[in-house]
Design a protein around this ligand. Sequence first.
Ligand code: SAM
Length: 216
Amino acid sequence: MPEGHAHHHPHGSHGHGHRDFWDEQASSYDRRTAWIEDRWLASRRRWVCHRAHGATLEVGSGTGANIPFYPADVTLTVTDSSPAMLREARTRARVAGRAVTVVESDGHALPFGDATFDTVVATFVLCCVADERAVIAEMRRVLRPGGDLLLADHVVATSRPLRAIQRLVERVTARRHGEHFTRRPRALVEDAGLTVVAESRGRIGVLECVHARRPG
Ligand SMILES: C[S@@+](CC[C@H](N)C(=O)[O-])C[C@H]1O[C@@H](n2cnc3c(N)ncnc32)[C@H](O)[C@@H]1O
């Protein structure tokens, strides 16, 4: 599918969302996040990606940090609303020697038919979208019955003082680039008609992985 044909979601006021922000971040993103990558994120990527199987869609792939973690027999399609992020993801796929289909699209309106994928993945994306319920509903729609939704994100903390800090930080980041620190996708996937089959939450509760399944 050609790039440059963005699927802008219908929430008119969001327009391009924060696409320009992410485009600007793309080329320096891996360098700036390297310090959290090994210490905190890599183990979550492993948890999520090792559960992927078959035709797999990644939503909001960013620079493609998950690509090296997928089992070799996964057929991978990655999407993001930022063309600059997708250029980085292409490079990552090439370096990893993996065939990856790259499609520019917004998570609120995925350009795929119902029940297309065996697995749908989103890591550190639902914190950044305008409407996380709508994106979860879209991911469920493109998942075949019996298919797996795999999520990792930073979520609202378990401790009250930390939650207060998250609320303060979010006041700035939500306005600046749409990033939220007080969300918890785990609480929404069941509302969306999915069943949680495995989960893992860090000690202070800020990092959470969820493996949910669309009932078959
Ligand atoms: C914090 S980065 C995480 C990237 C990657 N998933 C990872 O684990 O490193 C968030 C990504 O979500 C993308 N994004 C934000 N809003 C989106 C939307 N509505 N649809 C698709 N991608 C979106 C951004 O362009 C960015 O690449």
